[in-house]
Design a protein around this ligand. Sequence first.
Ligand code: SF4
Ligand code: SF4
Length: 74
Amino acid sequence: MFWNRKSKLLAKVIAEKCDNCRCCTRICKHHALICAEMQGKIITFVNRPENCTGCGKCVNICPNRAIELMERYC
Ligand code: SF4
Ligand code: SF4
């Protein structure tokens, strides 16, 4: 997997806080986030971590504070 090596940060959605409003998926220009149905449930998650630049736009726009930036480990 090739990810953006300029960034040491990666967005992570905290599922318990997320109400799937899609604000984050709309603002992410790198298409790193998706809101999709999985096993009969709608969830929002970072489906393309390699695309995430760690810009923080999704963190700032989330009304529920359901996204954190975490350090990449490899
Ligand atoms: S903006 Fe926040 S609450 Fe809305 S879908 Fe994204 S993570 Fe979930
Ligand atoms: S930190 Fe930036 S690039 Fe990464 S998911 Fe959020 S908006 Fe997209």
